[in-house]
Design a protein around this ligand. Structure first.
Ligand SMILES: NC(=O)c1ccc[n+]([C@@H]2O[C@H](COP(=O)([O-])OP(=O)(O)OC[C@H]3O[C@@H](n4cnc5c(N)ncnc54)[C@H](OP(=O)(O)O)[C@@H]3O)[C@@H](O)[C@H]2O)c1
Length: 201
């Protein structure tokens, strides 16, 4: 498949790129800092662009089979509208160009429960933006999947548990490699259409 990755220079985005290529996919990495991508592969295209610019996204996204977004603010405590604004531009560009499949990275802190409420309070600026992003995605009419992992780690494994509409029981962390594997599996296996999916170790 031809995959479009927003946030490809981030820790999860890099994992998507690294795992997608050996799975045989073509990948377009849409990034603000192309120099950060050091991998070279004939099936990898790196495009410099603004993830909040609907017109740039429209030009770049055409003819792809699916779009991934693994954006995250570099400063999580500051007010930001990065996720919301990018989701709006991305979903509009996708509708305009006829690309329907969208996978986005969100957070398990949006599920109910006291620990999640504490995390949501501490990271309230980021979580507010993340929820607004989810609302845009859910209202887009696209074939979206929202992945909600708990604390992300640099663990070296790709296995995960997943559950539609809720967090897997007693799942407190997940490796970014496993998040990437889940997102790629969802695309390849045509699963979790218009679902919020809790994922964990
Ligand atoms: N950390 C956790 O424990 C945790 C837990 C659950 C969910 N999450 C979610 O996971 C996401 C972060 O994942 P991660 O750790 O893989 O991210 P990350 O390594 O921090 O990477 C963030 C990505 O977003 C890009 N980015 C940031 N600001 C941008 C801007 N203004 N314009 C364009 N691109 C921008 C970065 O590009 P540059 O490289 O150019 O800066 C980078 O590609 C967050 O949305 C968060 O809610 C995190």
């Amino acid at each position: 498949m031809k995959l479009f990755v927003i946030g490809a220079t981030g820790r999860t985005g890099q994992e998507i790129v690294e795992q997608a290529l050996p799975r045989g996919h073509e990948v377009t990495a849409f990034v603000r800092s192309p120099e950060k991508i050091t991998s070279r592969n004939e099936r990898l295209t790196v495009l410099k662009g603004d993830t909040m610019d609907e017109n740039q996204l429209f030009e770049a996204i055409q003819n792809h089979d699916a779009v991934f977004s693994t954006l995250g603010p570099r400063e999580v405590f500051k007010p930001s509208s990065l996720l919301h604004d990018s989701a709006l531009a991305t979903t509009r560009a996708m509708k305009h160009s006829g690309v329907k499949r969208l996978l986005v990275l969100s957070a398990a802190a949006h599920f109910p429960g006291i620990p999640n409420r504490i995390v949501s309070f501490i990271l309230r600026n980021h979580m507010r933006d993340s929820l607004r992003m989810e609302d845009v995605v859910k209202g887009s009419g696209l074939d979206w999947t929202i992945a909600r992992p708990p604390r992300l780690t640099q663990g070296n494994y790709t296995t995960y548990r997943s559950r539609e509409g809720a967090a897997p029981k007693m799942g407190f962390s997940l490796a970014r490699k496993a998040v990437a594997a889940f997102m790629l599996d969802a695309i390849e296996q045509k699963k979790h259409f218009q679902k919020i999916v809790g994922i964990a170790k």
